[in-house]
Design a binder for this molecule. Sequence first.
Ligand SMILES: NC(=O)c1ccc[n+]([C@@H]2O[C@H](COP(=O)([O-])OP(=O)(O)OC[C@H]3O[C@@H](n4cnc5c(N)ncnc54)[C@H](O)[C@@H]3O)[C@@H](O)[C@H]2O)c1
Length: 346
Amino acid sequence: MIRKIFIIGCGRILKKHLDSITLLKKKIKLVGVSDTKSKRLNSVSKKLKVEGFSDYKKGIIKTNPNLVVILTPSGNHAKNIMDALNLKKNVIVEKPMCLRISDGKKIINLAKKNKKRVFVVMQNKFNLPVLKLRKDINKSKFGNIFHSSVIVRWRRDQKYYNNDSWRGTWKLDGGVISNQASHHLDLLRSIMGDPVSVFAKSSNHLAKIQCEDTALIIFKFNKNRTAIMEATTAMRPKNIEGSISVLGTKGSAKIGGFALNKFEYYNLNKNINLLKYQTNPKNVYGFGHIKFYTHVLESLISEKKSEFEAENAIKTVELINAIYKSIETNKEIYLKNKIASKRLGI
Ligand SMILES: NC(=O)c1ccc[n+]([C@@H]2O[C@H](COP(=O)([O-])OP(=O)(O)OC[C@H]3O[C@@H](n4cnc5c(N)ncnc54)[C@H](O)[C@@H]3O)[C@@H](O)[C@H]2O)c1
């Protein structure tokens, strides 16, 4: 069965999705696209030879897809997801799933009610070093992981923020924490589990935006385990690092490159060929989107639960909110209290 795909949002990340759909053409087919910018919509729909719709609900009703793919500004995701769920469609949505915890809960409830599924793109989890590290951690090869350290040093210049008015705003995006570092927060959770508490500070070094371009975060986990994150979009002149290192009782490892795309070290007793896991992506998006699509299709066929679904993704939304809450209040925030950040909206 070839599944039909409808895409909402034809901006920057569209190409990664189109490439995946093309490579998986025996399994999926694009049937329609939507964008509110008419020039953009017309050029994409003409190029791809599919019908374009300024109103995505009309497009979904007319083309009757199996999957709706949402690539709109992050603050729109919740409404777009709920509209698609109300039309009884499965959903793929770009990260982060949504900004508000309350919206995340509504999405989960609606998906359950309509027996549909929401998958959130976290393509870096399919990077070869990430798969290898998580596999070996699960096999306890590193012993107990007691500390982790994340660094995101990326370049997003003023032109990037100025090009699209939603970027760097509380209503539609947030700063480096909710946008760029949401990948790394999600990955940190999948390695360390959910933190017990966070304490964070933020700054705005170079970007003239409402939100932060730089954040420093201390995480505490159960059993006295810890993590630290430094994330910035103020790196110049180019993206330099998107990394995570883990320290365990039996070994340590660091995945680095600018997009979690190679091992910097893998300190276990046994030697491994680190180059086998290295890729050289052109940009920070990497090569994971196609593997993500393959995973979604397999999950739909097998009906197996996936870690990319809303029930898990909401925990990253909760973590992002707790970090902002800590910055707002200058306090350590305990996640069990599930406190929403006022800045992102309750
Ligand atoms: N996985 C990744 O690595 C990655 C990378 C980049 C972006 N993203 C995420 O993808 C999303 C989109 O980012 P982008 O950089 O492509 O943004 P963008 O601004 O380039 O594109 C968004 C598009 O959505 C359209 N849009 C807005 N509201 C709409 C509506 N109601 N109906 C139809 N179209 C609508 C806009 O006109 C625009 O063309 C964001 O949530 C972002 O966080 C993820």
